[in-house]
Design a protein around this ligand. Structure first.
Ligand code: DC
Length: 208
């Protein structure tokens, strides 16, 4: 079984995907971490983020075992991830890795922006997780504040809007629900309730 989980920043897709992976005993890939790690590599090497060939080289030569989990979760890394993710050469460089993960024997669950549309159009179950922009900005702001980042809620809201726009309006693999995706709005759901709903959606699809 391949499960594709897509959605915008702080929609709850990562939490839901991890819970589904545990529930259905499937290997899980957070594809955003690949774009974030590429963003960090671009920042650290002083690469011009408009230089598609250099950014793609950074993506191709990522050291997947050496990803700094704390560093890639910063607002700076997220913003750069969204910029380099708009480059078709970067997306191409990361395609094979994601596709190989998805098609491993026994199945897999992946979350991102284009899993149901580009990476796994053949997924057995597709979920698109959404939540109100203000709710998402507040969630991410609380997470970053808890980690000691000094960012105001207003700045986080502006960054969320900017990121949504860039991810949804890029020409290559824009963020959007696949036609056969089931939408789940987590704006007024607790984590437990959202996970329960997601498990029910997957089970219903499995039966169908
Ligand atoms: O899910 P995230 O916030 O960790 O993703 C960071 C950025 O990476 C996001 O703004 C867009 C990009 N991304 C993408 O373009 N495609 C994916 N499958 C996953 C992430």
């Amino acid at each position: 079984m391949i499960i594709a989980v897509d959605g915008p920043l702080a929609s709850g897709k990562g939490t839901i995907a991890r819970a589904l992976a545990a529930h259905f005993d499937l290997p899980y890939l957070d594809t955003g971490s690949l774009y974030r790690a590429t963003g960090v590599a671009v920042l650290d090497a002083g690469i011009d983020p408009t230089d598609a060939a250099a950014c793609a080289r950074a993506a191709r030569t990522l050291d997947l075992t050496g990803i700094d989990e704390t560093r890639i979760r910063t607002a700076e890394a997220g913003a750069m991830a969204s910029r380099v993710a708009a480059l078709p050469a970067v997306r191409k460089a990361l395609y094979e890795l994601q596709r190989d993960f998805a098609t491993q024997p026994g199945g897999a669950i992946l979350d991102g922006r284009d899993i149901g549309t580009v990476i796994c159009p053949d997924a057995d179950v597709k979920l698109y997780i959404t939540a109100a922009t203000e709710t998402r900005a507040r969630r991410r702001w609380s997470e970053l504040a808890a980690r000691g980042e000094t960012i105001t809620y207003e700045d986080m809201l502006a960054q969320t809007r900017e990121r949504d726009l860039r991810d949804a309006e890029r020409a290559d693999a824009p963020m959007r629900p696949a036609e056969d995706a089931t939408l789940l709005d987590t704006s007024s759901l607790s984590i437990d309730a959202a996970v329960t709903d997601a498990v029910a959606i997957v089970e219903k699809r499995q039966k169908a």
